[in-house]
Design a protein around this ligand. Structure first.
Ligand code: MSP
Length: 667
């Protein structure tokens, strides 16, 4: 039997699972369930990524050890996925023993093959992405994915992986294997970035202890960089045997199903690490889109989150699974709203599917005492049509699923439900009963049951609980998910003689006026408003920073300030006690200033205009009550005043023209 190994990204555990994480697990679960139905021996891996800085910091803040904190959080993720019906075969944690051994073994393999070396890393690091960021990739000094956070400046002795050696092999592999990166748009992005050049990447951290220890024989003081550790989970999950040159029953993976923000790690770093280790590459990496709220990306670090468990509280998991597949189409972004969920539930599940089943069941009870009749042998052309349509749809939906287009497949399957509802209207079974045309009535009822049973099987990856309920209502033996997809066309054989069960009403309509969902909508609107406000404030702050010191600055600020506004500034005279350039930068000088009563550290972007030694002894003016900030990882406890031309080509520091005691107030 062909096998299929599918994985999701593993989630950071520094916050609770949100709808973005849930979307990915649901998307992967639908594919895994489909593959099982299609006859593949399937293995589905998901789990948690636990060695992040944020986790260590949060655990400390909560007075727990990092491992204790992770135990709690991993439990929450796992239980969320259980509640959403995610049919994973293993829930992996990067703190699992077998994983730690696998990571150390891969470090050894790459090291033995000459792809690991020691050097100094200095640069920016975004803690939320757990990613080293090159200066050119910062937007207004911030990580593009986490604009509300300052990237941290890191300087440490690390081990590096020689990624730069893999530029050509990677491009070759991607070009020769069109299925390697999907959808095509992601593939093109990755190709262009690789063509832009690859730099070696750090694979260890020496300034933290929470992580997989580097193999002792290589270095005793380093832990493995969290992304290197995390990617290797796919090998651990496959059953990798450290030291044995056996990559595990399930390797190579058929599909890594991940978000588009982490394609770089999966499509570039990961395959390069595998190449460096002589391990075959996964077949496909699919970068899905984002769930957004009012157009904003859901993200815990930016504070925009919806808890999937709250959403499924009243409706159950299936409506959410169904809605997300519709709202966030194949490979694209899509917006979540409670109102959209409620509307989709009412229109598709309650009206289309629920009514089809309830009406059909009512007719079987009324006309055949609840027992599905034996075929009568009388067929009109329309009766043939609906059966053929069911068969065709099963093939088209199958093809779409094989192409990982779950939302497209769902759309096709829905075509059968719409057609079956229309078939009821067109064939008017109540009129057939009235006319005494029992033979045709039998045919119509059988065709309806057949269409519903076919839909139940094909929908089982999407709405597994509901599919089983439908199967049960029809009185069919076993489970919908036990029917192989290619046997959907033979379902008719199972039907005659089955007895309908007395069933709960499937998908009762939601009262939109009084439902909790409308309240949810308000909460979301509020969230989005707050976020917009935050965005606006950040933009305004940035603008003020931009125009500070420029000739037109005061005018641009549009308006006059009162003496009270001015008196908020604590301006002081200070002597520059010492000054030095900040390594690795062209513009920054770090200086110690003496305010008479205390000494402080300042960072200023004046290195192009002043040599450090010229500054020492100058009496300058500083803003003494400014909140400290980190610039390139160095704290600045205030700001000096300087004048400059608009184009910033000339700059002069404000000094006092006759001696004043240090710390004198400037008024
Ligand atoms: N820990 C890393 C992944 C390591 S995989 C070897 C990570 N974790 S995460 O918690 O930030 O994200 C986990 C997954 O959820 C990623 O694939 C990410 O793209 C996905 N999503 C997070 N927010 C999302 C949305 N709003 N919408 C859809 N998926 C997004 O990255």
């Amino acid at each position: 039997m062909a096998q299929y190994y599918i994985t999701t990204a593993i989630d950071y555990v520094n916050g609770d699972p949100h709808l973005g994480h849930a979307y990915e697990k649901i998307g992967a679960d639908i594919i895994a369930r489909f593959k099982r139905l299609a006859g593949y021996d399937t293995y589905f891996l998901t789990g948690t990524d636990e060695h992040s800085i944020n986790v260590a910091r949060q655990a400390e803040a909560e007075g727990l050890s990092a491992k204790e904190f992770c135990n709690i959080m991993a439990g929450r993720f796992r239980s969320a996925w259980d509640n959403l019906g995610i049919s994973y075969d293993r829930f992996i944690r990067t703190t699992d023993d077998d994983h730690i051994k696998t990571v150390q073994d891969i470090i050894r393999r790459t090291n033995e093959r000459g792809y690991i070396y020691k050097d100094i890393y200095s640069g920016y690091y975004c803690v939320s992405c757990e990613r080293f960021i090159e200066e050119k990739d910062l937007i207004e000094g911030k990580c593009p994915f986490h604009p509300s956070q300052e990237p941290e400046w890191v300087e440490e002795s690390n081990y590096f992986f020689a990624l730069s050696k893999f530029q050509d092999p990677l491009l070759r592999h991607i070009n020769e294997n069109p299925e390697f990166i999907l959808p095509a748009a992601r593939r093109n992005e990755v190709i262009n970035r690789i063509k832009g050049g690859l730099q070696d990447v750090s694979v260890s951290r020496s300034t933290m202890t929470w992580g997989v220890p580097f193999p002792r024989e290589i270095d005793e003081d380093q832990v493995v960089y969290v992304w290197f550790d995390a990617l290797i989970n796919y090998l651990t999950g496959a059953g990798y045997k450290p030291g044995a040159n056996e990559f595990g029953k399930w390797w190579p993976a058929n599909l890594h199903y991940i978000g588009k923000d982490i394609t770089w790690f999966h499509c570039v770093i990961w395959p390069a690490v595998l190449m460096a280790s002589d391990i075959p590459l996964p077949k496909t990496i699919f970068g899905h889109g984002f769930v957004t709220i009012k157009g904003l990306k859901m993200s815990k670090s930016e504070g925009i989150v919806v808890d999937p468990l709250k959403v499924i509280d009243s409706l159950g998991a299936d409506p959410l699974r169904f809605y997300l597949m519709k709202a966030v189409p194949h490979g694209q972004d899509g917006d979540f709203s409670f109102e959209g969920l409620a509307e989709t539930y009412n229109a598709d599940l309650a009206n289309d599917l629920g009514n089809l089943i309830n009406r059909t069941a009512a007719m079987i009870k009324k006309y055949f005492k609840g027992e599905v009749p034996l075929p009568s042998g009388l067929y009109e052309p329309e009766d043939e049509k609906i059966r053929i349509l069911g068969d065709e749809i099963s093939q088209i939906a199958h093809e779409k699923m094989e192409k990982l287009d779950s939302s497209g497949a769902l759309h096709e399957i829905w075509g059968l439900i719409t057609a079956a509802n229309k078939y009821i209207e067109d064939s008017a079974p109540w009129a057939l009963a009235k006319e005494g045309n029992n033979k045709r009535l039998v045919t119509v009822i059988l065709n309806l049951v057949e269409s519903i049973a076919k839909a139940a099987v094909m929908l089982s990856p999407f709405i597994p609980d509901s599919s089983e309920k439908i199967w049960d209502v029809l009185g069919l033996k076993g489970k919908a998910e036990d029917i192989r997809w290619d046997k959907v066309i033979d379902i008719r054989g199972l039907l005659p003689g089955i007895n309908l069960k007395e069933a709960e009403l499937l998908f009762p309509r939601l009262d939109m006026e009084n439902s909790d969902f409308t309240k949810g909508e308000f909460r979301l609107a509020e969230l989005a408003r707050k976020e917009k406000k935050k965005e606006k404030k950040q933009k305004a702050d940035q603008l003020i920073r931009d125009i500070k010191g420029e000739e037109e600055g005061v005018l641009k600020m549009d308006g006059l300030i009162s003496i009270d506004d001015f008196s908020k500034l604590d301006l002081r005279v200070a002597e520059v006690a010492s000054a030095e350039r900040i390594k690795g930068t062209d513009k920054l000088i770090k200086m110690e200033i003496d305010l008479g009563t205390e000494k402080r550290q300042l960072v200023a972007g004046i290195a192009e205009f002043y040599a450090p030694e010229d500054l020492v002894g100058k009496y300058i003016v500083v803003v003494a009550n400014l909140k400290p900030v980190k610039i390139r990882g160095v704290e600045s406890q205030g700001m000096l005043l300087a004048g400059s031309t608009k184009d910033l080509k000339e700059l002069a520091i404000i000094t006092v023209d006759r001696p004043l005691p240090k710390g004198s107030k400037v008024r």
